[in-house]
Design a protein around this ligand. Structure first.
Ligand SMILES: [Zn+2]
Length: 324
């Protein structure tokens, strides 16, 4: 069989929920994936991969995945579930969102099973599992079967569960793991995390690979590895912050008018983009301040706002001065 032409990287499975269709498109655009993924929207997203939910949907999902693989040469499957999902609630038999920790646990379990189902049919495809909040924020969930030679489910799912229940605090990250073995060389893993943090790109695949190494080579639980990665990225200011600034600058430049001016609306939108890119680690006010400073550094001027004769360009300077 000849290798298909690679015209898409990823097969995305998202939900049909009308509240999040634009957020989903926006999210993949922020990852630079526009036109590089094929997408199947189906109720419950990852739930559809579980034969016990609805066999006809499972068949449709895997037929579409196989078609996309053949036609587009995809190498990865991303399941993007979301909070307050009607299909998953119906399947679980209760409104999961009344208990966010339990909801996270259920989605983590459903998506781990979805990943297993993909890799049972396509052992060479990577899988990512993610959960979108209703505000469009996305988190990557720990996954037992996602990466080639994937790590053991029992090492990961209890950790995810413990984290979901809030019983795993950051101080525990260097304690012996649930499997009873002390992390072999957490300092070595921190060193790897630092190297990763110095890379100038947001690369979920590289993060996932590093998490996998944390579990398989350093004896960490997925949650511990995730926490160590995050704390290193935070203390480094992070590749995330750097590449978020670069992507935001590109967005701003694309919105300037012929005189190199930008509208307040574009800056507010850029601040939203920036917040998503850094994983909501800054407040809206901080994000606006940073974006205003990025605009300034890019040499962009403010377009006057307001009603004549009170039109003013002072909004950008004010935004840059304080994180309101
Ligand atoms: Zn849904």
């Amino acid at each position: 069989m000849t290798e298909p032409q690679r015209i898409a990287d990823t097969f995305v499975v998202s939900c049909i929920d009308p509240r999040l269709t634009d957020d989903t498109t926006f999210y993949f655009a922020a990852l630079g994936q526009t036109d590089r993924y094929s997408e199947m929207r189906i109720a419950g997203a990852g739930l559809a991969a579980l034969g016990d939910a609805n066999p006809a949907w499972t068949q449709a999902l895997f037929e579409n995945l196989a078609a996309s693989r053949q036609l587009h040469g995809i190498r990865k499957v991303t399941f993007l579930n979301h909070r307050d999902c009607g299909a998953v609630n119906r399947w679980a038999g209760r409104r999961l969102s009344v208990d966010p920790a339990e909801e996270l646990r259920v989605h983590t379990e459903v998506l781990n099973r979805a990943a297993e189902a993909v890799r049972a049919r396509h052992p060479d495809l990577l899988v990512e599992i993610k959960l979108m909040e209703l505000d469009g924020t996305v988190r990557v969930l720990p996954c037992a079967a996602c990466a080639p030679g994937g790590f053991r489910a029992e090492a990961v799912v209890p950790a995810a569960r413990a984290a979901a229940m809030g019983s795993l605090d950051v101080g525990a990250s260097l304690q012996p793991t649930e499997r009873g073995a002390a992390p072999r060389d957490p300092a070595g893993f921190t060193e790897l995390a630092r190297l990763r943090a110095s890379a100038d790109a947001v690369d979920p695949e590289a993060d996932l690979a590093l998490l996998t190494r944390g579990v398989t080579e350093y004896g960490l639980t997925a949650e511990q590895a995730q926490q160590m990665l995050e704390s290193v990225a935070r203390s480094a200011g992070g590749p995330t912050a750097r590449s978020a600034a670069r992507d935001t600058a590109a967005f701003l430049r694309s919105r300037q008018d012929r005189q190199g001016r930008i509208a307040k609306q574009d800056v507010l939108q850029a601040a939203q983009l920036y917040r998503r890119l850094v994983g909501q680690r800054v407040t809206t006010g901080e994000a606006r301040q940073r974006v205003a400073r990025i605009a300034d550094a890019e040499g962009l001027a403010a377009r006057p706002e307001g009603v004549w004769p009170l039109r003013s360009t002072a909004w950008l300077r004010r935004m840059a001065e304080r994180a309101a």
